[in-house]
Design a protein around this ligand. Structure first.
Ligand code: SF4
Ligand code: SF4
Length: 135
């Protein structure tokens, strides 16, 4: 069961996005938060990849893992890393992150589980169907 969710957002997009819809999707358990096995008192925090190429993600997650265990007895297998939709998908902020695969590799090295997507916009989904957005 997941006790802590760590949302990783695109550093470039975050310069103008406060992450409102990521939070809304989490609260309403929609988009990438549907069907997850979450503890009732699951906690959520958000931070960015640190900028291209995203390498800071590894350091941030290793620190998170250590703090969660030390201060709250949350083990690594109770943490889920969620890559925000601005990383995983083509959307109005721009195309999918060119380092998406690399970010996943970095997360794999931390030993933490990862899932893709936070908020899924209806309009963006329509544009995907129409082929305007590629992913
Ligand atoms: S997924 Fe959307 S709401 Fe979340 S950080 Fe990216 S652009 Fe902002
Ligand atoms: S590595 Fe990807 S997610 Fe991070 S700032 Fe660059 S484009 Fe955004």
């Amino acid at each position: 069961m997941i006790k802590l969710i760590a949302i990783v957002q695109c550093h470039l997009v975050h310069q103008r996005c406060p992450g409102y819809f990521c939070d809304k999707a989490f609260v309403e358990r929609t988009g990438g938060f549907e069907n997850l096995d979450l503890a009732e008192d699951v906690r959520k925090l958000s931070f960015t990849c640190g900028g291209c190429c995203g390498r800071a993600t590894h350091r941030k997650l290793m620190t998170l893992k250590e703090k969660a265990r030390k201060y709250d007895n949350i083990e690594a297998d109770e943490i889920l890393v969620v890559l925000a939709s601005c990383i995983t998908k083509d959307n109005h902020h721009g195309p999918e992150c060119p380092h998406h695969g690399y970010l996943k590799e970095l997360i794999a090295k931390t030993g933490l589980a990862v899932s893709c997507d936070t908020h899924i916009s209806k309009k963006a989904e329509k544009n995907r169907e129409l082929g305007i957005y590629k992913t």
